[in-house]
Design a protein around this ligand. Structure first.
Ligand SMILES: [Zn+2]
Length: 78
């Protein structure tokens, strides 16, 4: 088995990393790392690795607006 960074599964179904260093390490080992960004989950505030949204990259929307839209698309039962 190859050694990988430690992570748990978030409420939203994504991998949540315990610290930014782990997330960055996971990013570096990813083939599409150029398109990935470390961000905080809109639900739990945990660290996720995800594709950089086009609108955010262009500066059309802020990170807060993006988080709000993600909340609307994926409501989570309390
Ligand atoms: Zn999450």
């Amino acid at each position: 088995m190859h050694k990988s960074v430690d992570y748990s599964t978030c409420t939203c179904g994504k991998r949540s990393y315990h610290c930014r260093r782990d997330a960055s390490k996971a990013k570096r080992s990813h083939p599409q790392q150029k398109h990935l960004t470390v961000y905080r989950c809109a639900y739990t505030g945990q660290l996720h690795l995800g594709h950089t949204p086009e609108a955010l990259r262009r500066g059309d929307i802020s990170r807060d607006e993006l988080a709000a839209s993600q909340r609307n698309h994926h409501p989570v039962a309390a």
